[in-house]
Design a protein around this ligand. Sequence first.
Ligand code: S3P
Length: 169
Amino acid sequence: MKKNLVLLGMMGAGKTSIGKIVAKKQCLEFIDTDSNIEKSCKMEISKIFKEKGEKFFREEEEKEVLKTLKQNNCVIALGGGAFLNKTVRNAILKNDISVWLDVDLKILNKRVKWNKKRPLLYEDGNKEKINKLYMERKKIYKLANHRINCENLNKEKVADKIITYYEKY
Ligand code: S3P
């Protein structure tokens, strides 16, 4: 039995795409908690935010992530805000291996600027918003077991770094 590997970090950091690569290489199951929330609510995240509000989303997110963490042998890509929830964070820190994918603000801004799928940014989709979120969140993201500075690394390289950490456990 292998511990779960949990990927966290800002929107656009590559948690899902890199998580899939790692899972494939390590023969682990890949789970994207946001897409499971969309399935269980039968609604896209942007619609959940719009019609039910962020508070509802955060409650669904907590339930979904805690349920997912009960499994083993998984690579789990979290939504960008999930690790800020203390109950979720403590469960991850207690049982799983967590990796913060830290991506330079300039790159993040390029990647996520006008993406409608990202309700938190789309509302007033501007640079200040993502910068502010990053500044508020990085002190929490820092609590993860490992941090990877993804600057100048392609997805394969980031995946290989994650695997190097993971294999030590
Ligand atoms: C959020 C990030 C999104 C999604 C929701 C809220 C956040 O996930 O969970 O829009 O608070 O950072 P990604 O990080 O996969 O974009």
